[in-house]
Design a protein around this ligand. Sequence first.
Ligand SMILES: Cc1cc2nc3c(=O)[nH]c(=O)nc-3n(C[C@H](O)[C@H](O)[C@H](O)COP(=O)(O)OP(=O)(O)OC[C@H]3O[C@@H](n4cnc5c(N)ncnc54)[C@H](O)[C@@H]3O)c2cc1C
Length: 487
Amino acid sequence: MSNLEAISPISPTPVSEVASWEAESDVVVVGYGCAGASAAIGAMEGGASVTILERAGAGGGASAMAGGEIYMGGGTPIQKACGFDDTPQAMFDFLMAATGPSPNEEKLSVYCDRSVEHFHWLVECGVTFKPSFYATPCWEPPTDDGLVYTGGENAWPFSDLVPPAPRGHVPQIQNKRLLERSGGWELMRHLSATVDKGGAAVRPDTRVRSLIVDDGKVVGVIARSFGQDFAIRARRGVVLASGGFAANKDMVERHVPAIAGQMALGTDGDDGTSIRLGQGVGAMVAHLDAAEAALPSNPPLVYPSLLVNQFGQRFINEDTYCGRIGQMAVFHQQGRCSLVLDEAIFESVPEAERWGARPTYVAATLAELEEEMSLPTGSLQATVETYNRFAREGRDPVFHKRQEYLRPLEAPYGGIPLDGPYATFTLGGLVTTIDGEVRGANGSPIPGLYGAGRATWGIPSWGYASGTSLGDGTFFGRRSGRAAARS
Ligand SMILES: Cc1cc2nc3c(=O)[nH]c(=O)nc-3n(C[C@H](O)[C@H](O)[C@H](O)COP(=O)(O)OP(=O)(O)OC[C@H]3O[C@@H](n4cnc5c(N)ncnc54)[C@H](O)[C@@H]3O)c2cc1C
């Protein structure tokens, strides 16, 4: 049973209850991740004074932990330098197919049309992208290469629909340390420097607890710092950018139970506060049941292997984006699947790229392996027999895996259970216009309220591609700040 308090809308504070304003600025930004930083920069570009309120001791959020892939395309200089043709239309067509069902067509349209412009804006903020392509399938390049496939663009079914192009742009960083100090950290370093240069007031250790409303308009926030509550006035607007809700166990259980018990990727700040603050003033929300879910394995091992569910059957092409595989496994296979491979495949994957994985089960025959893995009798044998028959002909009529990853399995065989934990974060949130205005229940913007990043429904609706989170956070973050400054 969910704790109702943790999932309920947060009621706003009427301005009549505010005795005094502790501080004020044109725009107040809640949360200092990539979306908050970009909103602050956008607002300052629009001539507004800005205060950023951050609950942690410093900015960064999940953004600073990220691999740093930023989904951009349509013919960026990096794509061109690496020899890839891309157009805004191809990018749009891919994202329409890959981020649904029910993709955010309005946002996708402006996001793709202005993607090259966004690339140049990030470069102006100081982010460097090396014009080199990392070809090995990966979660994020271990090198400083600047371009990588991050969404299964070159795999079925998308490769049949749209000419593939890689769009994961990775900030170049010296002494990269994966999962510690990677592209996201570098992105935030430059966005923060730009925030500082613009003169925004940054207040760490300050947690926003409620919105202040005056006759239906959001005019400020109540925040708490070291036990003291105070009011901060926003003359033009408040931007909600405090991330998603993967760390709010009750919200996860209520809205997206398929990922309950899996690993929440991000920070404790991902507790859904922005979403609940918005709901408290009547905001519309969407796709709260959507989440990214990373398969707990490394793509170089997954691509040439077979992936089977608890019934010994394949359920997806193994050579696609492993976040897509993870979603299919968590949402459609109860988070239970296994890699099935043979000795030759295992040995063909460099040790560093196996991430320490070793077969839990090893057997001389498929019948034996199937029994050890507690799969239904005959199921794995039938799956491998079909796979092998067509692999020998260089094709996969079931899931259309690319020929380069197709190889018939031969004894001895191995099985590696991938029952979790899947690293997850939520994708749904406040419904906003393309300028970040938060829509109320009737669809009209709520005066004075803006939102961006994982607190909102952005580029991913259900389907995900790596880079769309930092991508929409920075892109719509900046637009929301600019719109707030204009209001
Ligand atoms: C290991 C890892 C790898 C990832 N790799 C990628 C990748 O390569 N590409 C990609 O696109 N995405 C990636 N992601 C996802 C991506 O990092 C996040 O979805 C994205 O950064 C969210 O940005 P945001 O600005 O909305 O939220 P955040 O970056 O989380 O920022 C929100 C901020 O708000 C603060 N906050 C929360 N509540 C309050 C409050 N009440 N008052 C004040 N402040 C508050 C938080 O402390 C936090 O600093 C990755 C995530 C992780 C953890």
